[in-house]
Design a protein around this ligand. Structure first.
Ligand code: KG4
Ligand code: ZN
Length: 345
């Protein structure tokens, strides 16, 4: 089965073609980062308008790479949520309508399911069941993944997401939006333990996270310094913050493996691109004979390859979206089953 995937949940417009036998055949992406940078965050209305401009050219590009015409597409997968509702609707409307025009089935995919399954696009991928650490701008969750559509929530953030904490702290340090990668780059020249920030909620049992206090700790440290910090001090602060988040994520991920008795961890979402997180997890998991899997860096952040893959699995399982255009801003991942929308188009 060959599937066209469409992703428009936030500030990336993307299209991809995935084939169940041959793998990923093409993918194209346009990031809106430049568009939103001057506002310091994503402006939903601007995001929707830009998706509309870019979607069809990107679909054409992904299909060109795949050497695929509409006659070869056997299904369409679009991100149906969670995300910005206006942005989701652009991809959902186009995806559902193209499927109708081409007389093929469509399926609405959960964005986070896409992230969870993204490592399955790689040659070296885990077998089910595994533990997934989902760390993006909007979510921080530990899940037990039993199979496609079978997800158990083990723990999640009670306030800010890890990516959100990176972005907010980056802003405090005067870095442009989205600051996660820029903060990590600044931390490279920072010294460890000049600033020692807390590892929130690691001293008590459980798998939940809390990151908003960490951001406050950086605010307090900045206030104590008084005035604009020197370049080395900014780097030291970035390093202290990054180490605190990375340690916290790694401690909880290992705890999740202990509690489930599983030995494979998948790390998905934008923060999974963080080099120090990758090093820490590899070291901690090597020590206990467990393995960690990542999507390739470009598929850690939002993309359509993961949506095409997840949609393909659902279409193969017989799932079909009806003709209603399906988009939801809020949608808990643990509510998913494999048969949602299992109506015939
Ligand atoms: O998964 P994603 O592309 O979007 C969401 O669905 O949220 O994740 C984006 C998040 C942003 O908060 C960004 O700052 C963060 O991932 N991020 C990073 C790094 N690269 C991206 N955070 C830490 N270190 C990085 N290298
Ligand atoms: Zn995402």
């Amino acid at each position: 089965m060959r599937v066209l995937g469409i992703e428009t949940s936030c500030d990336e417009t993307a299209a991809a073609v995935y084939d169940a036998e041959r793998g990923l055949l093409g993918h194209a992406l346009h990031s809106q980062v430049q568009l939103h940078a001057e506002y310091g965050g994503v402006v939903p209305e601007l995001a929707s308008r830009d998706h509309i401009r870019k979607l069809l050219p990107l679909i054409r590009e992904a299909m060109r790479q795949a050497g695929t015409g509409p006659e070869d597409i056997e299904g369409i997968a679009y991100t149906a949520g969670p995300g910005l509702i206006g942005a989701l609707l652009t991809g959902a409307c186009l995806g559902r309508s193209l499927a109708w025009a081409w007389n093929v089935p469509a399926v609405g995919v959960h964005h986070l399911e896409g992230h969870l399954l993204a490592p399955m696009l790689e040659d070296e991928h885990p077998d089910f069941p595994f533990v997934a650490l989902l760390v993006s701008g909007g979510h921080t969750q530990l899940m037990r993944v039993n199979g496609v559509g079978d997800y158990e929530l083990l723990g999640e953030t009670v306030d800010d997401a890890a990516g959100e904490a990176f972005d907010k702290t980056a802003k405090l340090l005067g870095l442009p939006y989205p600051g996660g990668a820029a903060l990590a780059a600044l931390a490279e020249s920072g010294r460890p333990d000049v600033f020692r920030f807390p590892r929130p909620m690691t001293d008590r049992p459980g798998l939940d996270f809390s990151f908003s206090g960490l951001k406050t700790a950086v605010v307090v440290a900045l206030q104590k310094l008084g005035g604009a910090p020197a370049e080395q001090t900014r780097a030291d602060l970035a390093r202290g913050f990054e180490d605190a988040v990375v340690d916290t994520l790694a401690i909880k991920a290992v705890r999740a493996l202990d509690e489930t008795g599983l030995d494979a961890l998948v790390v998905a979402g934008g923060v999974g691109a963080n080099r120090r997180l990758r090093e820490q997890l590899r070291a901690r998991l090597d020590a206990r004979g467990a393995r960690v899997f990542y999507p390739r860096i470009e598929f850690c952040t939002d993309n359509a390859a993961m949506i095409a893959y997840a949609g393909c699995q659902r279409l193969l399982a017989g799932e079909r979206a009806d003709l209603a255009i399906d988009a939801v801003a809020r949608w808990p991942l643990s509510d998913l089953t494999l048969s949602r929308n299992a109506e015939t188009a």
